[in-house]
Design a protein around this ligand. Structure first.
Ligand code: GLN
Length: 547
């Protein structure tokens, strides 16, 4: 029988429910359990694919092309299992399914209502993941207890206790214990109120995870235990941690996994956390400083680049490098270059994006990196920008551009493929999800991946225009990876540069803390040699640490 853990949140958003659920998932997986996860989002959009990154952060893409909430990225990085579209449902997608069934006549003339029809659809989504080869499904309910929008989700997960049986369901509630400066105290009242709110919906949490700046003492835990009617061993503290990947170890120290397993009748298993602990040791021992600039449009909201940042850090862990990220607004690049203020970077990333704003700045950054031997990784739009830069400045194609940004350009070096030209519904034209690429022998890409046939996730419409491939290659820009049929350029690299590499894919989505995406690892390695070359002292200290 598959067990269910439901993670809800209270008091404030952004407390790290996703990380808490993911960390618990990792701890259960470390006990040999087969874990999967899902997220319910209370908004009406059918999926986050059409939402502005400024508002919603990154859209995380799954193998099967799902455009999902960024929390799924945390899930995958922590539990190290590929998820699918089925792991994310929004209010919009649930209503869409119910309304389609209603139009189809499936309700046989009945009045369609939130209870039972919407709640049944929510439960169907939960049960769909509870397959024979899954031991535990962890479901995170987005939003905060008390929000109007999450009531159907709370009602559905409440019903699950009876449906699946008491011993098969566990509720974990994540709240905030704020520190109030003037009184010098940590306050339990918001947690009490939040638990009361949850109980008014019929859910008594089995465990509460208390987020706080500083550790919480025993007296406060006892108070919360008493007032919230949660056993003391289910009152768990997760104070702010220096890095995300430490959180599973903190929750384990607090006994959360043991407690949850007791409730679910899984306590005969002991976790093996050795490899995770050594990962955390490695992270904490990362000392060589590397400065990487991320040249983007959404830099005022770093959540928009969540997986890129994580993949970059993973690359750092592998090389014991402490990555210092500099967020650079693409529109500011030309001004920064005029003032000579990009040369201090050890490397740069030009990430994915949509829309024209900042494109010229990204092209200028790619040019500067190429001329000055600064390691540069272009991701999706980043590759398109690199190709444009190269065609303009090395092939002399004045005004070369992507047709996305200049529909009348004389040199559409990046363009829609023929099959997509006449499609008017943009919603149907993205290349989404996992696609294969064949890497050319002897290229940097092949060396980094160590394999000839690789798979990465995609999310874009435009491709490198094949008409420009031969001249680009003649001038030294190699198309180092192609789709197996040879029609699509998947990777490019400059032969004569330490690292000027672009990919049409989004390798950041498959990166794991202990298994960095090869291109990010390659970028960090190249950036480290630039840093060391510029600062011989760094070289000495890294040599000492090797001794
Ligand atoms: N806007 C570009 C395209 O649609 C790149 C998309 C991206 O970077 N994800 O092809």
């Amino acid at each position: 029988m598959t067990k269910h853990i439901f993670v809800t949140g209270g008091v404030a958003s952004g407390l790290g429910k996703g990380i808490t659920g993911s960390s618990l998932g990792r701890l259960l997986k470390a006990r040999g359990l087969r874990v999967t996860m899902q997220k319910f989002d209370p908004y009406i959009n059918v999926d986050p694919g059409t939402m502005n990154p400024f508002e919603h952060g990154e859209v995380f893409v799954t193998d099967d092309g799902g455009e999902t909430d960024l929390d799924l990225g945390h899930y995958e990085r922590f539990i190290d299992e590929p998820l699918t579209k089925d792991s994310n449902a929004t209010t919009g997608s649930i209503y869409q399914a119910v309304l389609a069934a209603e139009r189809h006549g499936d309700y046989l003339g009945k009045t369609v209502q939130v209870i039972p029809h919407i709640t049944d659809e929510i439960k169907r989504r939960i049960r769909r993941l509870a397959t024979a080869d899954t031991d535990v499904v962890i479901t995170e309910v987005g939003g905060t207890a008390g929000d109007i929008e999450i009531l159907p989700f709370l009602e559905a997960i409440r019903q699950m206790r009876l449906d699946a049986g008491r011993g098969n369901v566990c509720y974990v509630h994540v709240t905030l214990v704020p520190f109030i400066g003037p009184s010098g105290e940590q306050k339990t009242k918001p947690t009490q109120h939040s638990v009361t709110e949850l109980r008014s919906r019929g859910i008594q949490p089995d465990a509460v995870v208390l987020r706080s700046e500083e550790p919480i003492d025993t007296a406060l835990r006892e108070k919360i235990s008493r007032l919230c009617d949660v056993e003391l061993s289910g009152v768990v503290n997760a104070p702010d941690a220096s890095n995300l990947y430490e959180i599973p170890l903190i929750l384990h120290e607090e006994g959360l996994d043991r407690y949850v397993c007791e409730i679910l009748g899984l306590s005969n298993l002991e976790p093996d956390l050795q490899s995770w602990s050594s990962l955390v040791d490695r992270i904490e021992g990362s000392t060589s400083k590397v400065r990487i600039g991320i040249i983007g449009k959404y830099v005022s909201l770093p959540d928009a680049y969540m997986s890129v940042v994580e993949a970059l850090r993973h690359g750092g862990y592998q090389h014991a490098a402490d990555i210092e990220i500099e967020w650079i607004q693409a529109e500011d690049v030309e001004g920064l270059l005029a003032g000579g203020r990009l040369g201090h970077l050890d490397g740069m990333i030009i990430p994915g994006g949509f829309g024209e704003r900042g494109i010229e700045g990204k092209i200028a950054a790619a040019h500067y990196a190429r001329e000055n031997e600064i390691p540069c990784l272009g991701i999706c739009l980043g590759l398109q920008v690199m190709v444009t830069e190269f065609c303009r400045n090395e092939l002399g194609l004045v005004g070369a551009n992507s047709r996305e940004f200049d529909p009348t350009t004389a040199h559409p070096v990046v363009d829609l493929m023929d099959s997509q030209r006449d499609v008017t519904d943009m919603g149907g034209t993205m290349r989404l999800g996992l696609y294969p690429a064949r890497l050319l022998e002897g290229t940097k890409a092949a060396a980094m991946y160590g394999e000839a046939l690789i798979y990465e996730r995609h999310r874009h419409r435009y491709e490198v225009n094949n008409d420009y491939r031969a001249p680009m290659e003649e001038q030294g820009l190699r198309c180092s990876g192609l789709s197996p049929d040879g029609r699509l350029v998947e990777f490019i690299e400059l032969e004569t540069h330490p690292f000027w590499v672009g990919t049409q894919a989004h390798p950041e989505f498959k990166s794991r803390p202990d298994r960095p995406a090869p291109l990010f690892q390659g970028l960090v390695e190249a950036a480290l040699s630039r840093a060391e070359g510029r600062n011989p002292k760094l070289l000495e200290s890294s040599a000492e640490s090797v001794d």
